[in-house]
Design a protein around this ligand. Structure first.
Ligand code: SF4
Ligand code: SF4
Length: 55
């Protein structure tokens, strides 16, 4: 299981800055590496539009 970023992403970068394992890469939308994500939920908490969602 890993979080995934939806098309709602507006590219603000807040999630990438807050991810403790640097699993999030810049993109449109931003992308979470499922092999690195530890399911902490920090990205969901920092996103202004609720784009990161638990799979
Ligand atoms: Fe990073 Fe946690 Fe979001 Fe996974 S759930 S991408 S580890 S902030
Ligand atoms: Fe996209 Fe939300 Fe991450 Fe900002 S915090 S880059 S809107 S997923």
């Amino acid at each position: 299981m890993a979080y995934k970023i939806s098309e709602d992403c507006i590219g603000c970068g807040a999630c990438a800055a807050d991810c403790p394992v640097s699993a999030i890469s810049e993109g449109n939308p931003y992308v979470i590496d499922p092999a690195a994500c530890i399911d902490c939920g920090a990205c969901a908490g920092s996103c202004p539009v609720g784009a990161p969602q638990a799979e």
